[in-house]
Design a protein around this ligand. Structure first.
Ligand SMILES: [Zn+2]
Ligand SMILES: [Zn+2]
Length: 140
């Protein structure tokens, strides 16, 4: 595995993380849950394995039961400042989904795939046009 480490964290610094190596996929998501959680038109997510992640701090976890697949999503966020940091799912227990906006870096990590265009803002879908997309959950 590569020695590259990407760092990030929440607004207040109570949660910090390191990602070893590169994400397997950078996935933009237009689902309603991501929109509500981030307060944004869509989220950009780094798909990594649990072995790649070192998380420092003690996140609060919201169990999101309102998912299309019926599998619970566990939304880890900072209980102090509210920043969403990562999501886990019963469906993919060894996968960690990191919110790209919490990275320290501002270079790279452009979305390679897009999902949930069914619930995208019209201009949000337009912004990411040309990237392979799925109307709902991605075929990973
Ligand atoms: Zn915080
Ligand atoms: Zn989503």
């Amino acid at each position: 595995m590569t020695d590259i480490v990407h760092k990030g964290g929440c607004n207040c610094g109570a949660l910090r993380y390191e990602i070893k190596g590169e994400p397997g996929l950078v996935l933009a998501c237009h689902c309603l849950n991501c929109q509500r959680q981030g307060g944004a038109a869509f989220s950009v997510n780094l798909i990594i394995t649990e072995e790649q992640l070192a998380l420092h701090g003690d996140p609060k976890v919201y169990v999101d039961k309102d998912t299309d697949s019926g599998n619970f999503a566990y939304r880890h966020f900072c209980g102090n400042c509210g920043s969403p940091i990562l999501t886990t799912s019963d469906l993919f227990p060894h996968i960690r989904v990191i919110k790209a906006g919490t990275l320290d870096e501002r270079t790279g990590f452009a979305p390679q795939a897009v999902c949930w265009t069914d619930t995208a803002f019209d201009w949000g879908a337009e912004l990411l046009k040309g990237i392979p997309s799925s109307p709902r959950n991605p075929q990973l």
